[in-house]
Design a protein around this ligand. Sequence first.
Ligand code: ATP
Length: 215
Amino acid sequence: MRPIGIFGGTFDPIHYGHLRTASELLQALDLSEILFIPCGDPPHRFSPTASSDLRLCMVAAAVKGYQRFLVDDRELRRDASSYSVDTLRSLKSDYQDRSLCLLVGMDSFLNFQEWHQWSEILKLSHIIVAHRPGWKIPVAGKLEELMSERSTHRAEDLHERRSGCIHVRSVTQLEISSTELRSLIKAGLDPKYLVPDAVRDIIAETECYGGDIQA
Ligand code: ATP
């Protein structure tokens, strides 16, 4: 049984930086599928601009028709804060015989040791870190120490071991962020070719980020 990729995020909105990264990791690591899990109330940051329902709807529209990308709404159904460790525990009980690979961008990984119960996370899953424009791998400090204990260059380790590996991977660098998308849309600019057309249609129809995109 191949590992499952877990891709959590605010997805406010989902964009091609997320989708291309997920697609390259799926293929390079031979994952069976990737679960996209929009977060509800992110513990580490300000509240999202678009509602939970709309962010979920945009993620579903973005992955529609691709059988190996699935949407999972468990964080949005939970009342409490969306801690990754709780999500992984719940996934582990649903997929008992599978290894989980938590996919994160380098920017998110750099504060990994501030995450709630971070060492538990490594007991539940592997961590796959995708390079992201503007962010560098740590070369000193506690995170570098953790990486020297846990990192592996072998994708096979993610299949052979159940959890605990850190694997850093280069992906095509797409300098797209949801923050920049929200500001360009608010300024009345069109996000075409930065997000899938189905996502652009939802943004245009609901005006969830302000602006006025012409259909
Ligand atoms: P924001 O700008 O609102 O913070 P974001 O574009 O970083 O949003 P998130 O939904 O917060 O998107 O990110 C979810 C995950 O996707 C994170 O692990 C993040 O590092 C990763 N990610 C986001 N954009 C990219 C990108 N362009 N390339 C690679 N990884 C990305």
